[in-house]
Design a protein around this ligand. Sequence first.
Ligand code: BES
Ligand code: ZN
Ligand code: ZN
Length: 483
Amino acid sequence: MKLIPVSPHRKISSSDLFVLIVEKGGDPKLPPEIAIPSAVTKGFGGDAREMRLTDAIKGPAKRVLLVGAGNGTMDTDIFRRCGALIAKKAEKIGAESVTVGYALNGHENALGLGQALAEGLVMGSYQLEDFKSDRNKASLKRVRIGCEGDFKKGVVRGRIIGEANCLARRLQDTPANLMRPRDLVEEARAIAAGSDQVKLKVFDEKAMGRMKMGSLISVSRGSEEPAFLIHLVYRPKKKSRAKACFVGKGLTFDAGGISLKPSAKMHEMKYDMSGGAAVLGAMAAVADLKPDVEVHVLVPTSENLPDGKANKPGDLVTAMNGITIEILNTDAEGRLILADALAYAEKTIKPDSMIDLATLTGAVVVGLGHEYSGATGNDDSLVDALVGAGKRCGELVWPLPIHPQHEKDMKGSVGDLQNISGPATGAGSSTGGAFLKNFVGDVPWVHLDIAGSAWGAADRDYQGGASGTGVGVRLLLEYVESL
Ligand code: BES
Ligand code: ZN
Ligand code: ZN
């Protein structure tokens, strides 16, 4: 679907559907050239998500849709939902072209509202890439939005961000035999190819061996598919205001390894690369939004399978910073691949801030459910910045502690660390964070456990339900914007 900003002063072009967004208590005032039966507008309250569809009596559109925005101008999420409802309704009636009436000139948050509406339109038209042979092709081809000024700026920004979210969701939803570590490398290559400001480095197992990333490369030993470390960097043309680094867990399938997972729900572990999907999506948008911030994206990517060569419980590995790790559970593999990626970032990139996103623990799903990502870290103000960014963009973040006891719980008896805590310590998401803390040095860092929020979230029109959420893309971009 193509989202096209058009001048609100131009003649309305002909389309299958004209959409008017109406605030609560507002007057559904159509442009003079469009007429619909007066009974349709009568009594339309403009409540959030209220909709009325009718044939037009005259005008450039075949049909007209009234969409209620409630008090949406106070709450951008309603606008995002409106966008998604419009896309879904258009798809449902088989419309190819849609025109959205100009609504909000001069509003103080015009930029945020335009962005949310565009995000909703794009995200709402996401369809699970359909691998069925009799698939229905999407009907919706073009959405024109009458807009100017800040609202138009928001629409352009929202289109980029919405598309980045859809990119992340496509990577998530693609089955694991079609989205292997090598496929994530190709996706990163495509992002770099699309921009002269983005450069890609890929480390294969040999290169990672030379860099002594013994923890990362141990995880793929049980798989036929080799592991990689993806490193993308975006450099602004103007002077950079900050250097940020985003690291995403890219486990394209997590069977648990020798510590095999139960088979119920194991298929969901294709989503164990959701952190990687999020940071790649964020980079795709950064390349288009062109902030004055240097952004590094790292994706350690591997499968975790049982095999004769796989890690065994009790094995010892050494990460590139020299820390030794006793692998007591091969299913706690995310932290093993992240350890070397974080140590690499700390040593070679030296960012001002570092954020990792990982579907790290089932424990965070127990603690926070599907609407929040859990945040641990070594810097309270960075945690606060992400909680704030989450509130603004609707990708919610909740802080979790790292108590000195959690750090003690990860100390090893054979090696420096063990990759799981003892059976009675609890606090699984915090101890995961406590483990990772050993690999970031003094860099201000936050670990976002997205095991709950990456999929399985409630339907919000623009995301949720059966597919991955692409969580993290909008959050990271909001964070970059705040720098
Ligand atoms: N990828 C899983 C975490 C996960 C579980 C995400 C369920 C989403 C839903 C991770 O690699 C894992 O297996 N973690 C273990 C850690 C434990 C062994 C300390 C877990 O959560 O059980
Ligand atoms: Zn695991
Ligand atoms: Zn995992």
